[in-house]
Design a protein around this ligand. Structure first.
Ligand code: ADP
Length: 385
């Protein structure tokens, strides 16, 4: 700022800040040297300051907005310059007070609030969906449980009635009349109830981790043949042929009790779900296993109604029964128990359907692989370590 009229000089000073203003002057008659010129100033038309040799001034913490600084000079003869020098300058407001910044912050806050709202809504919806899913699952479990207990009651009721009936008839008819036939019907149903009760007990044992594979070395075909023989009367009643094809002898380590349960469940199903004149084949062989050991390959296939692809991967679920028009007695636990036993043994089971071209009799094939080398059998009983 020179000692002249310069009110067009406009500076922009950022706030907060100290605005340092400096000025200089010259005596037009060259009477007073520059350093002896005295100055007085005023800010924003306030009071004039006392004359002094000061040539600059710090104005701290000026409010934002436009300001005017006027400076006048006096020579050593006390002549005062009649036209003070005028300097206009602006103090720019702090960034957080500027409109663009405030707008940006408000927009940002609105955006954040909207995002939070959207996230909360999504979470709420997700929680509601989860809740609905949970409730659906509970309802489904409840339905399955109720269905299971209805089936089990029915399963127990039917054979009991069929035991009671023949016994009553035998009592009425006297010991000789049709006695043998009625007794065998009663026996069959005793077996049915006993089998069901044994399956329920097996489940308990499996769930409590008490079930073990009690392996012994011998001819594996023996228990399989026993099973097939035992089920011939059932096959005959259903007018289904059931035969065993195997390579003899088939030596290895096996748990006869578990093997019989596996084979029996698969054959009973194959007979149950086959129409009359159906055919059930049981194929047995010992084949090389994956880890170099030997594996028992058991295949049970039928010419029955088959299993639709959408049901195929559910049939090993506990209580799962394929909804059918023709109701066949059952509880939906047989295949689940079979799979649990195969898993316990360290083997594998899978089902294939259809296996025949005939659309009326597409058939089903169950393939079971069980290790028959002692070291590859899992969950062995205490006698095997
Ligand atoms: P279930 O007591 O109902 O026979 P399972 O667990 O043994 O119970 O079988 C589950 C379901 O799998 C059966 O309800 C049946 O629909 C189907 N299934 C099992 N084996 C066969 C088969 N050989 N042919 C056709 N369907 C089968």
């Amino acid at each position: 700022m020179r000692g002249s009229n310069s009110d067009r000089l406009l500076e922009r000073v950022a706030q907060p800040g100290n605005s340092q203003m400096a000025w200089a002057g010259r005596d037009s008659w060259d009477n007073t040297p520059e350093e002896l010129l005295e100055y007085s100033w005023r800010l924003d038309h306030g009071d004039w300051s006392r004359y002094s040799l000061e040539t600059d001034r710090m104005f701290p913490d000026l409010p934002h907005g436009r300001h005017v600084l006027e400076v006048r000079a006096r020579d050593r003869d006390y002549n005062v310059d009649p036209t003070p020098a005028v300097a206009g300058f602006s103090v720019v407001p702090s960034v957080w007070l500027q409109a663009w910044f405030v707008t940006m912050v408000i927009s940002f806050l609105i955006l954040v609030a909207m995002l939070i709202w959207i996230i909360i809504r999504i979470r709420e919806r997700h929680l509601i969906e989860q809740q609905v899913e949970r409730e659906k699952h509970l309802v489904e479990m409840d339905r399955i449980k109720t269905g299971f207990f209805t089936n089990i009651s029915h399963e127990l009721n039917t054979p009991l009635a069929l035991i009671k009936g023949p016994l009553e008839s035998m009592l009425e008819a006297g010991p000789d009349e049709d006695g043998e036939q009625l007794l065998s019907l009663a026996m069959r149903n005793v077996d049915r109830v006993a089998n069901l009760v044994s399956q329920l007990l097996d489940f308990r044992k499996l769930e409590q981790g008490q079930m073990r594979i009690e392996a012994e070395e011998g001819n594996i075909s023996r228990p399989v043949r026993e099973c097939v023989d035992l089920l011939q009367p059932l096959a005959k009643r259903h007018k289904v042929s059931c035969h065993l094809e195997m390579v003899e002898p088939c030596m290895g380590w096996f748990d006869a009790d578990k093997l019989k349960k596996i084979v029996q469940n698969l054959i009973v199903n194959a007979i149950k779900y086959s129409p009359s004149d159906g055919e059930v084949r049981v194929l047995l062989d010992a084949v090389p296993g994956q880890g170099g050991g030997r594996t028992l390959s058991l295949i049970v296939e039928d010419t029955g109604r088959g299993i639709a692809p959408k049901h195929l991967h559910h049939i090993f679920d506990r209580f799962y029964r394929v909804p059918e028009k023709t109701i066949v007695d059952g509880s939906g636990i047989g295949l689940n128990l079979t799979k649990e036993l195969v898993d316990l043994w360290g083997g594998e089971i899978r089902a294939e359907s259809p296996i025949h071209q005939d659309v009326k009799r597409p058939g089903t094939r169950f393939l079971v692989h069980l290790p028959v080398d002692l070291e590859n059998i899992s969950n062995k009983g205490s006698s095997h370590g």
